[in-house]
Design a protein around this ligand. Structure first.
Ligand SMILES: [Zn+2]
Length: 324
């Protein structure tokens, strides 16, 4: 049996996993990211995590086909460099070369969103598809685009910034400098903001959300919002309906542009099938351009959640479906 190693570098944790030929994660290791640090320090940590996985599983480097890394920033795969990662404090680091000096195996780098989509495409929600989109609802909205079985990166390796697609002309200001961006309205954080705004305007405080978060709007999260909706709270239902309208607008745009076989939704709130995925599917089916065609894009939840980044990084050597 041969193995590959995947490393997912986030703003808080560097998580690594040993993955077997069947795409099963058999062992994990990790440490804190502690940004900002020089690129050499991150590379040293990644190399140590790789060595740790090899040693604790009784393997030799000959058993490891490659090590892949998913990074939170712009990754130039031709140069093998992380060109920019705001939350790591890095502006240009030739990480591939740095890791090749530290480890006796082949190295792949990729943007973390693309790596996660790659895992879902090969073994998760997108298995069997050819054109696949993964849209992740978190603090912002990220995406990975797989077209014709290949990761679509764009001319400057920043394709898939779907969170910055305008859905409201001249709408709310976004950190990217534009207005009305999708993620200002339809990220998980946006849903929480919208619920908090409702609570603060709820003078009688008779929305069930007040009870569910013990009178403190600051602790409201997706799970209380969905619970309030399930228990029939009208005011929270209105918040969710408006949110679903925004989400549907962006998702329908994406379906119209890309026509993927499968579009998968990731992020913690996508687990709420009844409150989120099912109504979203219903709305999209009414609005997508090709709604009368026999074949429709399937909208499904992500399979791997937090593990997608590590798994996708470990599978990077397989791009194009070819195991090297
Ligand atoms: Zn924006």
């Amino acid at each position: 049996m041969k193995y590959t190693i995947g490393i997912d570098v986030g703003g808080t944790n560097i998580a690594a996993g040993l993955v077997d030929e069947n795409g099963i994660m058999v062992s994990i290791a990790g440490r804190k990211t502690c940004p900002p640090r020089p690129a050499e320090a991150y590379a040293e940590d990644m190399a140590e995590l790789g060595r740790e996985l090899v040693e604790k599983n009784g393997l030799f480097w000959e058993d490891v086909l490659w090590l892949g890394v998913g990074l939170p920033g712009t990754v130039n795969i031709n140069k093998g460099a992380l060109e920019y990662a705001n939350n790591l404090g890095i502006v240009y680091a030739p990480l591939k070369e740095m890791l090749e000096k530290l480890l006796p195996c082949k190295i792949y780098l990729e943007n973390d969103g693309d790596a996660a989509a790659w895992a879902e495409f090969l073994y998760g929600a997108g298995k069997g598809s050819r054109d696949f989109l993964m849209v992740t609802l978190g603090t912002g909205i990220g995406a990975g685009i797989i077209m014709n079985g290949k990761i679509s990166r764009g001319v400057n390796y920043a394709a898939g910034e779907v969170g910055h697609m305008t859905i409201q002309f001249d709408g709310e200001v976004c950190s990217c400098g534009r207005r009305g961006c999708f993620e200002q309205y339809a990220s998980a954080s946006a849903l929480v903001r919208q619920a908090k705004a409702m609570m603060k305007n709820d003078r009688n405080k008779d929305s069930l959300l007040w009870q569910l978060c013990s009178g403190n709007p600051e602790i409201v999260e997706g799970k209380q919002i969905f619970q309030a909706v399930r228990e029939g709270d009208e005011k929270t239902k209105q918040v969710l309906e408006q949110y679903l309208g925004y989400l549907e607008c962006g998702i329908t745009n994406l379906i119209n542009i890309f026509q993927p076989d499968i579009l998968c939704i990731g992020g913690g709130i996508s687990r709420a099938q009844d409150c989120l995925l099912e109504p979203l599917k219903e709305l999209c089916s009414k609005h997508v351009y090709s709604r009368d065609s026999q074949v429709q894009t399937k909208i499904v939840p992500a399979k791997f959640y937090n593990e997608a980044g590590i798994l996708g990084a470990a599978l990077l050597g397989r791009e194009g479906g070819i195991c090297q």
